[in-house]
Ligand binder design. Structure first.
Ligand code: AMP
Ligand code: MG
Length: 487
């Protein structure tokens, strides 16, 4: 276990130089205080979890102090936002503080979000408010606990610094961890600004540091792109299987590593709704829940365009062609497991689609349905769940198909069925209203609810004593919360 001053830095991205990022110092927040820290994320840096309670911890992650070896940089990138190209974006309110190596030899970017103005702030103030910092913290750690690839979060530091959004709020910072902060938009930036040398340097950096196994392949860049396609297909399959809606799938928010990245107005589904739009500025539903699948491919095509200097168009097209079949295979595999099935049959896709349609029509809670389905035998479970459906004849017909399918699957032992299903069907997810309750308490100075919610969500598959209130459908006020984009 390390103390805070024992971290080992090796700032490889900073060494790429000024064409890629700009040196900027964090702007400190007033009266910093620890809101919440993740022990699991602390472990990634080999940090002793008790250091989170020391004053220097809050000072380091609120811009007051910096390690001598840190090299804070704002990265430049661009990207397609809601389908249109924005020629220059970049870290407008976040800084890459440096890269830390842990004892296992993994390296982690330390990225401080809300750290003040940079050359890329455009009209913004460089700040993040407490509300959105808590949401990013809770979501990234909760996704990880569900087995969904995501950037991680070490802590949230609150402050008394006023920040103006629709009303006056308080500034906060979240310390984000990821093996890399390189986005699709990084490649787009150097492609569209016609800087082939820097683009080649970036490609070499990504290949050798993040996809070293692709170096052995006959066409290393093509192998890397193929891997990015595969990882995105798998990540989005997990989003769809677990009801996660990202909300702003712009190419500047897509990680080159295929991890969930840049949290804004995201949401987990309460009631199943394929057309759900979590971002209330998304008037056309470009990033609606079910559109995430084709948008994943659209984003990969935008990246492919930026890679045309390195890879032939035919090869790129072929690699892009892998996306949908891979997505479908991962998705179906996950949904089979959520239904408790251990074998594959041709009609399983239809069984899933039919169920989702029934859930959609009746507004059935997406998470609790699957959890309850695994509580007991298939026959007993469907008999109880029947009451949640409006179209009873439709549900009965589905239930007959399902029971027959479970019989053919051949796994009758109820205890095994329950264990198997509960291991993939969470009881606790980050419902918007739960986040909202925790945020309201935190805004009045009580951080215990954020901490408790984080704890509960770190073991989403395990029933936890006394935590029943976190496994409930939303109350009426919490059903369709509008999450502001102004974070
Ligand atoms: P996002 O929608 O959060 O992915 O941000 C899009 C772009 O706007 C990125 O380049 C951000 O760095 C920038 N940005 C967002 N909020 C702010 C802010 N408060 N101050 C400065 N830049 C911001
Ligand atoms: Mg972003």
């Amino acid at each position: 276990m390390k103390a805070l001053d024992e971290l080992t830095f090796d700032n490889r991205f900073a060494r790429l130089g000024d064409a890629f990022s700009t040196h900027v110092l964090p702007e400190p927040l007033d009266e910093p205080r620890l809101v919440v820290a993740s022990n699991a994320a602390m472990a990634l840096l080999d940090l002793d979890p008790t250091v989170a309670e020391t004053p220097v911890f809050a000072e380091l992650f609120s811009g007051h102090k910096l390690w001598a070896e840190a090299e804070p940089r704002a990265m430049v990138y661009s990207g397609h936002q809601f389908g249109g190209y924005t020629p220059q974006l970049g870290d407008g309110r976040g800084l890459l503080l440096g890269e830390v190596y842990n004892e296992a030899g993994e390296h982690w970017d330390l990225h401080l979000k809300g750290a003040g103005m940079t050359p890329y702030s455009r009209m913004g103030d460089g700040r993040a408010v407490l509300r959105s910092s808590i949401r990013e913290f809770l979501a990234s750690e909760a996704l990880h606990a569900l087995g969904i690839p995501s950037s991680r979060a070490l802590c949230v530091i609150g402050s008394s610094t006023p920040v103006w959004r629709e009303k006056q709020e308080r500034g906060a910072m979240v310390l984000r961890l990821a093996p890399s902060h390189i986005r699709f938009g990084h490649f787009e930036y150097f492609y569209y600004t016609k800087k082939p040398e820097q683009q080649a340097e970036l490609a070499e950096h990504v290949l050798s540091l993040h996809y070293p196994e692709c170096k052995e392949q006959p066409e290393p860049y093509l192998a890397t792109f193929r891997e990015i396609v595969e990882r995105n297909a798998e990540m989005i399959a997990k989003w769809q299987a677990y009801g996660f809606c990202h909300g702003v799938m712009n190419t500047d928010n897509m990680s080159i590593l295929g991890i969930t990245f840049d949290f804004g107005p995201f949401a987990f589904l309460d009631d199943f709704d394929a057309h759900f739009i979590c971002n209330h500025s998304d008037h056309e539903g470009r990033y609606s829940f079910s559109n995430q699948v084709p948008i994943g491919q659209w984003n990969l095509s935008a990246l492919a365009q930026a890679l045309t200097p390195f890879i032939s168009v035919d090869a790129l097209k072929e690699a892009l062609g892998l996306y949908l079949p891979l997505y479908q295979a991962h998705y179906l595999d996950l949904m089979r497991r959520r239904l408790g099935l251990t074998t594959a049959e041709d009609d399983d896709q239809k069984l899933v689609e039919r169920l989702l349609k029934l859930m959609q029509n009746s507004g059935v809670d997406y998470t609790l349905f699957f959890r309850r389905l695994g509580d007991e035998s298939a026959a007993m479970a469907v008999a109880k769940l029947r009451d949640d459906f409006v179209d009873l004849a439709g549900f009965d017909a589905w239930a007959e198909l399902y029971k027959a399918r479970v019989e053919r699957d051949g796994n009758y032992n109820e205890k095994q069925r329950r264990e198997r299903m509960h291991a993939v069907n969470p009881l606790y997810i980050l419902r918007n209203y739960l986040a909202q309750n925790a945020i309201a308490a935190a805004e009045s100075g009580d951080y215990s609810e954020v901490q408790r919610l984080h704890e509960v969500l770190s073991k989403p598959f395990e029933e936890q004593a006394g935590m029943e209130q976190y496994a409930q459908r939303p109350p009426d006020w919490g059903k369709h919360l509008e999450i502001s984009c102004s974070s």
